[in-house]
Design a protein around this ligand. Structure first.
Ligand SMILES: Cc1cc2nc3c(=O)[nH]c(=O)nc-3n(C[C@H](O)[C@H](O)[C@H](O)COP(=O)(O)O)c2cc1C
Length: 339
């Protein structure tokens, strides 16, 4: 069966995009109005963002598909899909399935590779007028270093986000991010090669998240983002086989939010670095939980698949909260720890 898609500009396409466009206009006007009295700028250890709401790696591609739907300049920034040295096809299908309060994904590291990213995606991203955070992934410490060195010195890259949730082929496939030593080594290798602000993206699949946060800090991270997905799986009871081609997959969405908020809270107490909080954010209220727990910015991930305008809804929601309470964003960061 061939799937019909509505041609851009056609009546069928308008049927979908017109209501979205009306919402975009309403949200952009509201954010613009609230920004007159509420300062949404945030500063993460030298990484300055116009708004505290980013889009999370792997849920916004390299931005092109969404550029037609929403003004990207209203975003705090984009964390790109991971970039590896070589192009990668990712894991075998099925790669996603829905769960009661979120989704499981096992996309793998599918991406066009560093050369194609620099040639085809970066010039377009640079022209969009939003901070660009390039998410990088490697299978050896040397690969991470090489990626950082090749990305250094390009206009239009605001920071690197180091995805340590990858198998370390030199250590029998154990994920870098579950070992404090490996996490520190990756960050040191990357730090040596670039002066760009460095974000270390922590995996929650560990016993003591604070040990990993401290290791990333020791290794030279400027910012931590947390959390990546929680390892899970689903079984099809009729076929009696795992649903996902790769058996295991990462759980994201509202189900993981309490785990993520708890980890941001703990990490805030354990390190001095600025934090980006993410995991199951669907509204300004959800985002405020992360901010009050200690995050200076948040990222919206899986919720974008349900509603591509979620990042704008979250931005407007944060602005409304700050306007209603009279709190400055800076004062709200970590406010749940005092008193
Ligand atoms: C389909 C999909 C692909 C993802 N790809 C990446 C990736 O390439 N690099 C990365 O660091 N995180 C990746 N993530 C993790 C998200 O950036 C985020 O940390 C996680 O989904 C939790 O946030 P959420 O609950 O708002 O989705 C991916 C998540 C999803 C759902």
């Amino acid at each position: 069966m061939t799937r019909k898609t509505a041609a851009p500009g056609s009546a069928a396409a308008d049927q979908w995009t017109a209501p979205l466009a009306a919402r975009v206009n309403r949200l952009a006007a509201e954010i613009g109005m609230l920004s007159k009295t509420v300062d949404l700028h945030t500063n993460l250890g030298g990484l300055k963002l116009p708004s505290p709401v980013l889009v999370a790696s792997g849920t916004f591609g390299f931005g092109r598909e969404y550029g037609a739907l929403l003004p990207l300049s209203l975003l705090g920034g984009i964390c790109t899909k991971c970039v590896t040295l070589e192009p990668r096809a990712g894991n075998r299908p099925p790669r996603v399935t829905e769960t009661p309060a979120g989704m499981l994904n096992s996309i793998g590291l599918e991406n066009p590779g560093l050369d194609a990213f620099l040639r085809e995606e970066l010039p377009w991203l640079r022209a969009q007028g939003m901070p660009v955070v390039v998410n990088i992934a490697g299978h050896t410490i040397a690969e991470y270093g090489r990626l950082a060195s090749r990305l250094d010195g390009h206009d239009g890259i605001s920071a690197l986000e180091v995805n340590v949730s990858c198998p370390n082929v030199e250590r029998g496939g154990m994920t870098f991010g579950v070992s404090p030593r490996a996490t520190e080594a990756v960050m040191k290798a990357v730090r040596k090669e670039t002066s760009l602000p460095l974000i270390c993206k922590l995996t929650p699949n560990v016993t003591e998240i604070t040990d990993l946060a401290q290791a990333a800090e020791q290794g030279g991270a400027d910012v931590l983002s947390l959390i990546n997905t929680l390892l899970g799986m689903a079984i099809d009871v009729e076929t009696r086989r795992p649903v996902i081609g790769n058996t295991f997959a990462g759980l994201s969405g509202p189900a993981i939010r309490p785990v993520a908020v708890r980890m941001v809270w703990q990490v805030r107490k354990a390190v001095k670095l600025s934090l980006i909080g993410l995991g199951g954010i669907t509204s300004g209220r959800d985002a405020m939980e992360f901010i009050l727990a200690g995050a200076s910015a948040v990222a919206v991930g899986s919720a974008i698949f349900r509603d591509p305008l979620t990042p704008l809804e979250v931005t407007a929601g944060i602005a409304r909260y700050l306007s209603r309470t009279g709190l400055k964003l800076k004062e709200a960061v970590g406010a749940a720890h005092s008193g």
